[in-house]
Design a protein around this ligand. Structure first.
Ligand code: BGC
Length: 760
């Protein structure tokens, strides 16, 4: 039997390079970067992807499988909960009688290939030094997008030459003492977190075939299998393992029964059926969310990579969790959820996967009580969301950290970075605009908006000068702490209060019973609403009518100016170059702040003010956060500067795709990837959401010949094509009823039998 005839070999990476991410060779020091970049995830399970162990190599970071929502506080005195890695279910050792098989692998032959269209990760490597077996090793991994509890691994070994006894041991890696064993059986193990009362169960099945004939293991323990045989030239050995992983509350006495059921269902499908279902689920996601760019291969690759990770980061069936700053791909930020989700990711989900967007917003609804408690504890009304959130919604930002100079520094974001409460409301409103999901608005969204509006109305202090001030905050630019009247925070707060008033009016008019119930429950009366209006009217914004600039916060313009161009070649962030204290006394900005406002609320600025603010703040920004370039690119595109936007687009993508900006061993920067999509769709295609339909104002960079993508709008699927060669903007309804769209402010109606084609 030849290699290509064997079943697992039938599963090979596709041959269209635009869907593949490939890396050849092996270098220990870059391995943790690959483990992140080649991670696969389905929003419940996340599996880092280096596969170095098969080469007998040591690893920078132990193998990691993350399970969404499996939080624990690691030690009794450790301050905050973190995501606990699950035991490594991919562990395999292939042994000769006197040691590892792969004792002299040809490192240059190692190739990692991520087939993004099918959500499959492939690895191959060879050993050709006759020691004593020459072999070719291939592996395949997936975490199923169809059945999110399920993971699968295939390892295939082809013996090229030599004869020797071989043993293959498949076991589960240690849990780093992070989980307490609870149950161990032949096909199932369960663990419990030490403190948070959660448990984890894994059921697994494994098999080994030699030349297509199944072999029974010579030994079998709890989720451990051992096979031994004599390897001969030409032999093809296929090892397969399927696992089903479930997360439970510790009190659930049936922990494990569900894992067994999920495993049984997966086994019924058979491994090829399992792959087929997984591929079909990915094909459906790509059908809805692929973005095609002609003329710029790098941009196409960046969008595919971004959309791949965005689709893999979320689980539409689990409102217990949201997407962490590193999704399920690395330890950094401990699995905590930030504004990254609402501002950088939600637009993608809302417009391509509304079911997933709803689930993420339901996480914020579920944690609304914790946000109310935080506001009350700090002396305000309404809901103040946690800056960093984990499973309960309680504030989990660490209070201290170790700075780059190895000194312990205080972190004040947990108490002062409050714009999160406007960011959540922003995402709720955007979802409502794009979906008109009345049930969501009535049952959850309205309450989030009203409670965050109430927070801001109570937070803004009245002053004798007649205006309201929000004092003692941190804006997106975290280099400056304890500032007053951060323009981003204040204007987003004003916007939230205004939407609160809109929601109150909408409910009162359309669903009076809902309004009576909700306003009664929240004790929200007409007097309070009129106080909100007064706050919205009088809130300080730092606007200077002379220059058209919004001062980033009170006193910002008096700080020392630093010429960032003089530091152009630096490889560390500006707060490391200047030191933390000095940075605080300068106008150096960590990330888009007024520029983020330009990106999110462009209507606040006249065209002249938008230019003035961008040109003022852009050169002051050190881009010390991976989120920064996304907002700059989006704002630049809106200003009609597509080449600047494209520059930020590529820089944002490079954070995870090139090794130039930041180390990515701690996980992918999913917000920056969301930013890549945002720059393309909201920036370059110029999308904005109006009350009755999407509006487009495209500005393609010179290299882009065309841009095509799909959006979901209130139950319809809309295909947008901007074709520079054909000089046309086209909108096609693929499913659903007719709807209005706007192109350069002009209204058109597109229907299923009538595409809109507008010459450009
Ligand atoms: C940024 C925040 C961001 C967080 C997580 C920080 O460095 O300043 O804006 O939310 O990283 O990505």
């Amino acid at each position: 039997m030849t290699v290509t005839d064997t079943p697992a070999q039938a599963v090979l990476p596709g041959d269209d390079p635009s869907w593949l991410l490939r890396e050849t060779g092996y270098e220990l020091l870059r391995e943790s970067t690959f483990e992140t970049r080649f991670a696969v995830s389905n929003g419940f399970l996340g599996l880092r992807g280096g596969l170095a162990t098969h080469l007998g190599a040591c690893r920078a970071i132990p193998p990691r499988t993350y399970v969404a929502g499996l939080f624990d506080t690691p030690t009794p005195d450790s301050a905050v909960p973190e995501l606990v890695p699950a035991p490594d279910w991919t562990q395999v050792r292939i042994l000769l009688p006197d040691g590892p098989l792969m004792r002299c692998p040809d490192r240059s032959s190692r190739a990692l290939t991520l087939d993004m269209h099918r959500g499959l990760l492939f690895m191959e490597a060879r050993q050709t030094c006759n020691a004593p077996l020459d072999v070719c090793l291939r592996s395949l991994r997936l975490v199923s997008l169809d059945a999110r509890a399920v993971g699968m691994q295939v390892i295939e070994l082809r013996i090229e030459s030599g004869v020797s006894d071989l043993t293959l041991e498949a076991a589960f890696g240690p849990t780093d003492f992070e989980l307490a064993p609870e149950r161990a059986e032949l096909d199932l193990k369960a663990w419990r977190t030490w403190r948070s009362g959660r448990s984890l169960a894994i059921a697994a099945a494994a098999s080994l075939e030699i030349d297509g004939v199944e072999r029974q293991p010579v030994a079998r323990g709890d989720l451990i299998w051992t096979w031994s045989w004599t390897a001969q030239p030409g032999q093809v050995v296929s090892f397969r393992r399927v696992v089903a992983v479930t997360r439970h509350h510790g009190t659930d006495v049936h922990s494990g029964a569900r894992a067994r059921r999920e495993l049984a269902a997966a086994r019924t499908l058979g491994w090829q059926g399992l792959i087929a279902r997984h591929e079909a689920a990915w094909a459906e996601r790509w059908r809805r969310s692929d973005v095609r760019v002609e003329g710029d291969e790098g941009a196409q690759a960046a969008l595919r990579f971004a959309v791949f990770h965005l689709n893999g980061a979320v689980n539409p069936d689990d409102p217990q969790v949201s997407v962490a700053a590193r999704a399920l791909t690395g330890d950094d930020y401990r699995g905590h959820v930030f504004w990254d989700t609402e501002i950088f990711l939600l637009p993608f989900y809302t417009l391509t996967w509304p079911e997933a967007a709803r689930t993420l917003l339901m996480y914020r609804f579920r944690t609304l009580d914790a946000a109310r408690a935080k506001a009350a504890r700090m002396g305000w009304r309404g809901a103040l969301y946690a800056w960093e959130s984990a499973d309960t919604g309680a504030e989990v930002t660490p209070r201290q950290s170790v700075g780059p100079d190895r000194k312990i520094l205080d972190i004040r974001c947990g108490s002062q970075e409050q714009h999160i409460s406007a960011d959540v409301a922003y995402a709720v409103w955007q979802y409502w605009q794009a979906t008109a999901d009345e049930a969501f608005l009535r049952e959850a969204g309205a309450e989030i908006i009203l409670e965050t509006a109430r927070f801001w109305a109570s937070r803004a202090e009245a002053d004798p000068d007649g205006s309201r001030h929000i004092r003692g905050v941190i804006g997106p630019d975290e280099y400056h702490e304890d500032v007053d009247d951060n323009a981003f925070t204040n204007i987003m707060a004003r916007w939230t209060i205004e939407r609160g008033l809109d929601v109150a009016a909408l409910l009162r008019e359309r669903w009076p019973e809902n309004w009576d119930g909700l306003s009664g429950r929240l004790a929200l009366d007409a007097e309070e609403l009129s106080q909100w209006s007064e706050v919205a009217r009088t809130i300080a914004t730092g606007y200077d009518p002379q220059t058209g600039l919004f001062e980033q916060f009170a006193g910002f313009s008096a700080l020392e100016e630093i010429d960032l161009a003089a530091y152009a070649g630096r490889s560390v962030p500006m707060d490391v170059v200047l030191g933390r204290e000095r940075t605080q006394r300068t106008q150096v900005i960590k990330q888009a702040d007024v520029v983020a406002l330009l990106a999110l609320l462009p209507e606040v600025f006249s065209a002249r003010e938008a230019e003035a603010n961008f040109d003022h703040y852009e050169p002051r920004c050190g881009h010390g956060s991976s989120l920064s370039r996304a907002m700059h690119g989006l704002a630049a595109a809106r200003l009609g500067r597509p080449e600047t936007a494209l520059h930020y687009f590529h820089q944002s993508a490079a954070i995870d795709l090139a090794d130039t900006h930041v180390a990515i061993s701690g996980g992918i920067h999913v917000a920056a990837l969301g930013g890549v999509w945002l720059i393309a769709i909201f920036g370059i295609a110029g999308l904005s959401l109006r009350d009755d339909g999407p509006a487009f104002h495209p500005r393609l960079p010179a290299s882009w010949r065309s841009l095509a993508f799909r959006l979901q709008w209130r139950g319809r699927s809309l295909l947008i094509t901007i074709d520079r060669d054909a000089r046309v903007f086209r909108a096609t309804i693929e499913s659903g009823s007719s709807m209005p769209i706007y192109f350069h402010h002009k209204r058109y109606v597109v229907s299923s039998d009538h595409d809109i084609e507008i010459p450009v």
